[in-house]
Design a protein around this ligand. Structure first.
Ligand code: FAD
Length: 472
């Protein structure tokens, strides 16, 4: 854990004047609680501040900028790449007080929210107006919209509906110099040549602080059907995913779980899952009633022709929830196996899912690691999760080698390091490998032009070692 940096009394007084003394904390207990996200790394912030308005947050930004103090922004802390961890200490600014849904405009089909709104609260509020907000990270009961935009979160419905960036219309931002600006608009028009909301979506708190978000909403689909196909062979399950996409069918969801995942969930929940099965594929289709029935038949036919041995179809909401229960519980279940869980999120073109799954299995075998694989396979997203113990240095060495190989294989298969969890600092050492020197420098130049001091979420995405490689 990083050493605590001395914050001068003047800086602390300025922060207290900006957000109120009750919202500034230097106590070790508070700082410890905010020293980690959902990865296994801890770094202590020097001070925790909790603004309640954009003006308060902008005042904090100006204090950090004027004093060259690192500033890291945090939503719910569910990040899986270290994004909201104050790697270099300094100020950690928590945004959960920004929790108002300001407008649901049913006529124009958009919602205006503050960044601390929990994803499921927006989904529920939209549903109350017969509208639909599709991005649904598996953490949607905890994650905030600010975190979702900053990470460009994906989710189970990505196959059909895309990811967060497909819904962001307008953002209220605080730039690193403290200036407050609005980018984008509510009518999805583009004035000027640069789509600025897209620049900031996925910027992981390194370019600006998000204080307001307008997202597009869709009409609620008329019908949803859900099915769970079970397999005696993991490769057959993986081939099913590629075959469905290859047939030009666009289901809402195609999730895959391997046998180790099924066993972990059954151990955790005791709900009678058949742990002898090699894999499950969870499928969902939505749309008009007639279209949905037709699509369900088509995907079931493809499952059968790819050797599914059992297929369950949900007939009501309770049965649907039962089919989803295992998928929704994976993270908690895996967390029970070993003290340290490392969740990766490589993505490959869906046609390469069978090869990527084979690669995960070979890598687990080669390095003798407990590794499960599951994920939003329909859009190529796989989550190899390694269950280990960070206190075991010898095993951690093998873990690091396995991760190197996972990324290399994903890139060889035309994929990416991060389907949806972002880069943070956990994947920063691998960015150059994917972007190449020119691509890396192009992105770094954008960062440098907006944040020349480099104090906004330092140590994330761009790291000095990588830069030396670039310049060397
Ligand atoms: C069990 C589990 C399941 C998950 N499933 C998925 C999934 O299916 N799909 C997926 O994409 N992710 C998933 N995640 C990862 C995580 O939930 C997402 O990345 C989510 O978007 C993070 O939101 P948060 O509010 O927790 O943000 P945090 O973790 O607090 O922060 C994430 C990043 O956003 C930045 N940030 C937060 N708020 C702001 C703001 N207001 N302005 C600027 N920057 C900000 C932070 O600096 C940080 O870099 C999962 C995580 C867990 C623990």
């Amino acid at each position: 854990m990083a050493e605590t940096m001395e914050l001068t009394a003047t800086v602390l007084d300025a922060l207290k004047a900006a957000v109120g003394s009750g919202n500034v904390h230097t106590e070790i207990e508070k700082r410890m609680v905010y020293s980690f996200d959902s990865t296994f790394q801890n770094h202590l912030p020097d001070v925790l501040v909790k603004p309640h308005t954009a003006d308060e947050a902008a005042a904090v930004v100006k204090i950090a900028s004027a004093n060259g103090i690192p500033l890291t922004v945090r939503g719910a802390g569910t990040c899986l790449s270290g994004g909201p961890v104050a790697l270099e200490g300094g100020i950690l600014m928590e945004m959960t007080a920004f929790k108002r849904i300001l407008e649901i405009n049913a006529e124009e089909r958009y919602a205006v929210v503050e960044p601390g709104v929990v994803t499921n609260d927006l989904i529920a509020a939209a549903a109350g107006h017969d509208l639909f907000y599709p991005p649904d990270p598996s953490s949607s009961g905890m994650s905030t919209l600010g975190g979702n935009v900053a990470e460009c979160a994906g989710g189970g419905r990505g196959v059909k509906y895309g990811v967060t960036r497909d819904y962001v219309l307008e953002l209220q931002l605080i730039l690193p110099d403290g200036q407050q600006i609005t980018v984008g608009n509510k009518v999805d028009g583009l004035t000027g040549w640069l789509d600025l909301p897209m620049l900031f979506t996925g910027s992981e708190g390194t370019l600006a602080i998000i204080t307001g978000i307008t997202v597009r909403l869709l009409p609620k689909p008329e019908a949803i059907r859900t099915a769970l196909a079970q397999y005696d062979d993991l490769d057959a399950a993986a081939r099913t995913v590629s075959a469905i996409i290859g047939a030009g069918i666009v289901p809402t969801t195609i999730e895959i779980m391997d046998q180790m995942t099924i066993r972990a969930v059954e151990n955790f929940l005791q709900i009678g899952l058949d742990t002898s099965k090699a894999a499950f594929v969870l499928l969902e289709v939505d749309g008009d009633s007639w279209e949905v029935e037709q699509q369900l038949e088509q995907v079931i036919a493809i499952c059968k022709s790819n050797d599914a041995v059992e297929i369950q179809v949900a007939h009501d909401e309770a049965e649907r929830a039962a089919l989803w229960k295992a998928r929704k519980s994976i993270s908690g279940a895996c967390g029970k196996i070993n003290p340290t869980k490392i969740g990766e999120d490589v993505a490959v073109p869906p046609g390469n899912i069978p090869k990527m799954i084979q690669a995960v299995k070979q890598i687990a075998e080669k390095y003798q690691l407990n590794m499960v694989v599951f994920g939003h396979a329909g859009d190529g997203n796989l989550h190899p999760n390694i269950m280990t113990d960070k206190r075991n240095a010898e095993e951690m060495e093998r873990v690091n080698q396995a991760i190197d190989e996972l990324f290399t294989r994903a890139l060889e298969l035309g994929g990416t390091l991060s389907g949806e969890h972002g880069i943070g600092f956990m994947k920063a050492p691998y960015v150059l490998q994917e972007l190449g020197r020119e691509g890396y420098l192009a992105q770094k130049q954008v960062k440098d032009s907006l944040d020349p001091q480099g104090y906004l979420n330092p140590g994330k995405i761009f790291i000095e070692k990588e830069l030396e490689l670039c310049h060397g």
